[in-house]
Write a protein that binds this ligand. Sequence first.
Ligand code: ATP
Ligand code: MG
Length: 424
Amino acid sequence: MGPKVYSVSDHDIDPNLVDPDALNIVHTLRKAGFIAYIVGGSVRDLLVKKTPKDFDISTSALPEEIKDIFNRRCILIGRRFRLAHIRYGHKIFEVSTFRTGENEGSDLILQDNTWGTPEQDVLRRDFTVNGLFYDPETHSIIDYVGGWEDIHKKLLRTIGNPEIRFKQDPVRMIRLLKFRARFGFSIDQAAKKALIHHRSEILKSSPARILEEILRMLESGAAGPFFNLLSESGILELLYPALAEFLKTTDGNVIPYYLAGADKINQGLGKNPLERPVLAACLLFPIVQQEIKSQFLDRQKVPHLGEIIMATTSAIKKFEFGALPRFPRRISAIMIGLISNQYRLTPLTSKRQHHPRILRQRDFAEALKFLKIRALVDKNLIETYTNWNKLYKDHTRKHHKHHHHHPAPNHSQNENQSSVEHVS
Ligand code: ATP
Ligand code: MG
């Protein structure tokens, strides 16, 4: 059976939201005699009127052929999944060759490099809403999987049997929750059942891939609903047992408020969300606070900075005990710094006054951004945040002037300005 084709009069996709360079890539591949379409998440986003983050392109050209056509703009990457990256300025487009998958077997997919037809290519994708092609030259949508109807019904359905598709690649279960959180779509009954049934298979997936989906969700502006779904589905308990346990306690139930604060800020930041260590701190800070309370405050002691750093590190250890994906050092190092600096921004006793020297610390901007999230959770901190933010702005402005007296070649003013803009 052929695909359903929806023409320009059937939909109201705003052609201005289609990146002209993506259009150019499709056009160039076609001129060279290949089939090419925009595919996946960006087509879904266009149909639900969200600005796509990035545009993926699927083509009949093989990786080497793509390389020949775009040569210096193009690098070939990936082993498990070979594809081309095409660069236009700061933007990178993923161009992948149509491939076919073993969609019936339940074995874990390890290799995914067998070339196929456009139809085979969408049949191996995860959800029907992610299985549409868009032809940017005729503005038509090509649908082999019923994704068009599901988008209009706001329904998440796997392509093929969910039991099999989740066993093949358990990360799809997390992706299901991610799309539910982001779009508010409902989950088809069969997929819901399969997720409950197969959730423990998640432990077979690559921790790096799981962590990447989780970090992307922290950045998404829908982190609150996402963690809620992870917890409800029992997947959080498998991935981060200590966190799942902590979330059920009175100290732990503040975490959703931090996530809501981060979501609020990220929704206003668009393509440049808060840094990952700042976002990860939403999960860790309440654990640190509980640790400091039980180790010190409940015993009428006030910890000094070294003890605070130790409590922070021990909270991370607790959080990661039994956890499948751990935070990489580049994230946890900054996170420890920004969390322990919270106790200098808001000292535990009024005797311990901060010293403006901390303004010069390398990761001060991150600490300040996290204080902003705290101020969204606790209104009493708004004034403190405003004061620190002003001090920091004055500080960076002075810094900026200083540079003006000694103009360095190639000095970029933007660097200083952007660090100020980010916090305001
Ligand atoms: P986002 O907006 O978060 O980028 P996305 O749907 O674009 O969402 P990507 O991870 O960028 O997600 O993947 C691009 C496309 O590749 C998806 O739309 C889907 O068609 C396909 N895909 C991604 N991950 C899987 C998977 N685990 N199994 C099958 N298909 C997948
Ligand atoms: Mg994408």
